[in-house]
Design a protein around this ligand. Sequence first.
Ligand code: GUN
Length: 300
Amino acid sequence: MSTATILDGKAIADETIARVAGETAALAARGVTPGLATVLVGEDPASQAYVASKGRAAKSCGFHSEQHTLPDATREADLLALVEKLNRDPKIHGILVQLPLPKAIDAARVLEAIDPRKDVDGFHPINVGLLSIGEMARALVPCTPAGAMIMLDKACAALGTSLAGKEAVVIGRSNIVGKPMAQLLLQRHCTVTIAHSRTRTLPAVARRADVLVAAVGQPEMVRGDWVKPGAIVVDVGINRVPGEGLDAAGKPKTRLVGDVAYAEAAEVAGAITPVPGGVGRMTVAMLMANTLEAARRAAG
Ligand code: GUN
């Protein structure tokens, strides 16, 4: 029977949102209301759902929130003009351009046009650089790895341990998760390995980890026998796979799984994040925390 501590992303995200809402009220009493602008280009249903949930969370925190929805055929110059306008708008402290952007638009160019002080995604090269040199008072940190770190702190508290000196293995080297996650673990004094699709003997590398972070986008790739007994397992993957049977509309059912084979890994791990209900819940909460932080810095 599994004895792993299950890390409840919803509870930890709710706690984070409640803290942000409380601190927003205190800041508003000083005349500053955090403002978040989301920008959605096109009609991708998953992106629409993400952007809507970010807007709802912003309202629940007491933020000023605005959504800019542009057609799929938007020209890059027009998107850049909107970003410039939001950069200059004193009501706006955070700008989030939802990815992916249509192919005709150079996403890197758009992300670099965002004022780094309003880059609540933490994707601007200035913020990437500030994170890598540990200038945390000025950096804005990408939301998913920032949320994963909070879950790791909860795991350490539950297990009566700390991150310093631990072997951490991050599977995945994306700019959004893998690389910033590795930087954050390094700052917390872990010995960090970044593994990826070309890593040889990946299961053996994973088995070295006291802290194992999976962010590859491969359903249930990390098996139970890749996990060191007692390890803390953080599953960043959200993959939709075929389920069993048909839904009410007669379509084949689907279900969400992580990058970790949860049932197997939970037999071995000391603590583990589930999917759904794990790290995913933290991403939106950390976006709110980043927007509050950007507003505080702007207010001095
Ligand atoms: N698309 C999927 N995840 C993200 C994210 O964290 N930020 C943005 N801007 N777009 C995304």
